[in-house]
Design a protein around this ligand. Structure first.
Ligand SMILES: Cc1cc2nc3c(=O)[nH]c(=O)nc-3n(C[C@H](O)[C@H](O)[C@H](O)COP(=O)(O)O)c2cc1C
Length: 237
């Protein structure tokens, strides 16, 4: 999938008054993905979310453009990734997951940098920058010219990055990028992911996460595995 949806939504006040009351009593763990355009905005959002009892964790999306630094994403350099994580860590006492951008030369060094600022976990990968061209009109297909590439096309890159980050940090990794079924999910765990996320596949079938959970039990029985911990980072090189 190549998307140009951006990060628009109705904002944190709407989330707290209209969405949180509807989801807070669900029997699951809720993680909120946080996006900002400045460090101050990340901090302000985080402080609001820190007050919500039923939100045990946030996932900080550092692929967002930093408007005060010419629009370069926070997550593409160690100093800017460190600065935003340091500021958020000061005001957020619960689990802080930092979501990494794959649009970098060395993702392991960004992961190490955010670990050094107190991230409890890293999640990866966000979408890769891509574009599509219409040969008839010679126009870009997306209004934004470039957009975010996700789904099965990015899985080999995501797996490679999870494996590189696994070898670079001690904190747990949440892996994603093109996971369509249980086999994909298991591959990410073998490469080093302690948990996984499913994005694009949900557009095809929203029950895929449940199928993955069920399929994981079947795989574990078939391989006589007692705990998923035996799978994590078990790549035999
Ligand atoms: C339509 C769409 C919207 C997305 N919105 C966000 C977002 O708000 N924050 C974020 O961190 N990642 C966002 N992502 C990235 C996904 O969470 C995920 O990192 C990426 O798509 C790779 O996983 P997948 O191949 O399973 O989709 C979005 C992806 C898609 C396709």
């Amino acid at each position: 999938m190549l998307n140009a949806v951006g990060l628009q939504n109705k904002g944190v006040d709407n989330f707290i008054s209209n969405i949180y009351p509807r989801i807070k009593d669900l029997d699951t763990h809720i993680v909120v993905n946080v996006n900002g355009s400045t460090i101050e905005e990340y901090v302000a959002l985080t402080e609001r979310l820190n007050e919500l009892d039923r939100i045990p964790a946030i996932e900080l999306n550092i692929s967002c453009p930093n408007v005060k630094e010419g629009g370069m994403a926070f997550g593409i350099s160690c100093p800017s990734a460190e600065a935003v994580v340091r500021a958020v860590r000061r005001v957020y006492s619960k689990t802080l997951i930092v979501k990494l951008s794959p649009n970098v030369t060395n993702i392991a060094e960004i992961a190490r940098a955010v670990e050094g600022q107190g991230a409890d976990s890293v999640s990866l990968i966000n979408t890769l920058l891509g574009m599509a061209v219409n040969a008839e009109t010679r126009k870009p297909v997306l209004s934004t010219i470039t957009g975010g590439l996700s789904g099965p096309a990015i899985k080999p890159i995501a797996l490679r990055m999870v494996w590189q980050v696994y070898n670079a940090v001690k904190i747990p990794i949440i892996g994603m990028g093109g996971i369509m079924n249980v086999n994909d999910a298991i591959e990410f765990m073998i490469a080093g992911a302690s948990a996984i996320q499913v994005g694009t596949a949900i557009f095809i079938d929203p029950t895929i996460p449940v199928q993955i959970v069920d399929g994981l039990s079947v795989y574990m029985e078939r391989h006589k595995i007692q705990s998923v911990n035996e799978l994590i980072g078990s790549l035999q090189c």
